[in-house]
Ligand binder design. Structure first.
Ligand code: HEM
Length: 415
């Protein structure tokens, strides 16, 4: 049970999600049964029963955790008023002026932790423990927040600015703050082109969904209208040098090129819906405020995915079904954060090694190579599990005795 909370911190499923799946298109309900060119027939009833049981259990657990999460966040953030939002980082006459050198002297708890934003100087010592993004905040200790907030643009929001201003202690010397800005490069400079109809929930990182009318136009969602959920800039991967590492407990470490994955393993095709855990969060927020991207009802899509079966790849690395102590399979993406940590998530070994579960390492969507936004050249597709586990730009698979150790706060996705 200890591991359930981290999972559902991100699983803010709405009670009505299932009703939506039923109402908007029966197709989406059917999707979760997914179907494949290698599927055995005849146990549809049993699968349907298991699926409904899983959905009811999931939504019940999710509702418990939503309460837990919302209460926890409220306590943590304690934003009393939206004061100062528009003045974040602006010069304030009443406060003392500091230099970058002064700020750099405050980089540890003992010396107090100071940071700058624009022309603002802030003492964030008492907030560090409360930070929803964990101790990553310490990377900015004694320096500027700007380079990090370029990467984690979730901060460029009124509620974060209001929170920041509560820690304001001074101003940065004017010429020094403009020096910081002139030295910065945008990590999102090389993002792919996107369909103009996609409606962004955030631009950097890019998170967007299609208009509902377009989504329900077709049973199979066109790849350029498929919702996009990115946590970081989209990595640029060279297919010629791409290499997937498979390592961990019970396997011999192997590396597979894109060519290996395409030619050494049978190609499976699975039709499966993928849904973001935050789908319909904006409606949930109308009932009670919830932190996180404000998704509408279209952070879900249904596609035909083709690739090598995870089971076959793990077998090729020598993993046996009954290997003692093996519990999870972790996936790491090639998208990395400021600390060079990849996005990651895990699935239970029973799912990974279940030939009928049809977890695949996909290189195609709807018969075409994956677009960059959807994980080019290889992504996981784990049918029937929340989209966060279908890790994109897959770089490493680790077979472990425990959960995903990935510490990116967006990645508390271990199952
Ligand atoms: C005083 C400075 C900071 C404040 C007030 C702050 C505040 C916050 C808040 C309120 C959130 C939750 C946002 C939401 O869910 O709407 C958040 C998330 C986060 N923060 Fe910060 N933050 C600060 C500095 C930093 C720094 C310097 C870093 C990185 C070096 C960082 C990394 C993150 C990450 C990775 C998340 C999670 C984003 C996600 O869930 O996708 N934060 N921060």
């Amino acid at each position: 049970m200890a591991n359930v909370y981290p999972v559902f911190r991100r699983c803010l499923l709405h009670h009505r999600t299932q009703a939506y799946l039923g109402a908007v298109g029966h197709g989406y309900c059917r999707e979760f049964k997914h179907d494949s060119t290698h599927q055995t027939e005849g146990n549809g009833q049993k699968r349907r029963y298991l699926m409904y049981t899983a959905v009811i259990t999931t939504t019940t657990l999710a509702s418990i955790c939503i309460n837990h999460y919302v209460e926890g966040r409220k306590k943590c953030l304690q934003i009393e008023s939206p004061v100062e939002t528009e003045h974040a980082g602006q010069y304030k006459k009443s406060l003392p002026v500091y230099t970058l050198e002064d700020v750099a002297e405050h980089a540890t708890k003992n010396d107090r932790i100071w940071v700058t934003y624009g022309q603002g100087v802030y003492d964030i010592t008492d907030f560090v423990e409360e930070h929803p993004g964990g101790d990553k905040i310490l990377m900015a200790a004694g320096g500027s927040l700007e380079p990090f907030w370029l990467l984690y643009a979730v901060h460029k929001n009124p509620h974060v600015f209001a929170l920041l201003e509560q820690f304001r202690i001074g101003n940065l010397k004017e010429d020094e703050s403009s020096d910081i800005l002139s030295n910065m490069e945008d990590p999102y400079e090389l993002e792919p082109r996107r369909h103009p109809a996609l409606k962004p929930a955030s631009v950097k990182p890019f998170n967007a969904e299609p208009p509902l009318q377009l989504l329900v136009d077709s049973f199979i969602t066109p790849s350029d209208l498929f919702y996009v959920r990115n946590h970081l800039p989209v990595p640029e991967v060279d297919p010629e040098t791409y290499s997937l590492e498979i390592t961990g407990v019970g396997v011999k470490t192997i590396f597979l090129s894109l060519h290996d994955i395409k030619t050494k393993f049978p190609k499976y095709t699975v039709t499966a819906a993928v849904q973001c855990a935050g789908n319909r969060r904006s409606e949930m927020s109308e009932v009670k405020p919830v932190k996180g991207l404000s998704w509408g009802p279209a952070a879900i899509g249904n596609a035909t995915w083709s690739g090598a079966r995870l089971y076959d790849v793990l077998k090729a690395a020598g993993l046996e079904e009954d290997h003692p102590g093996v519990e999870h399979v972790q996936f790491e993406g090639l998208d990395t954060d400021a600390a060079n940590l990849p996005y990651g998530a895990s699935i239970p070994i029973e799912k990974a090694m279940n030939r009928k579960a049809e977890v695949i390492l996909a290189y195609e969507i709807n018969g075409e190579p994956l677009p960059r936004d959807h994980g080019y050249p290889i992504r996981v597709i784990a049918p029937g599990i929340v989209g966060a586990r279908s890790v994109k730009w897959l770089g490493r698979i680790v077979v472990t005795g425990g959960n995903s150790s990935n510490s990116h706060p967006s990645n508390s996705n271990a199952m």
